[in-house]
Design a protein around this ligand. Sequence first.
Ligand SMILES: [Zn+2]
Length: 49
Amino acid sequence: MSDTTPGAEATNGSRLRCNECKSEAIVTTAGGSSLACCGVALEVIFVGG
Ligand SMILES: [Zn+2]
């Protein structure tokens, strides 16, 4: 797919960060959907395997 929605590429073990509140999260169960915090999509800062 060519969908480049931020966060949608997150796989298990990926680290996500909210640029609004600087919170970080680690994906334990990837669902293929974009995750959001503070009303904005989380940025993937590390793509897990
Ligand atoms: Zn946030």
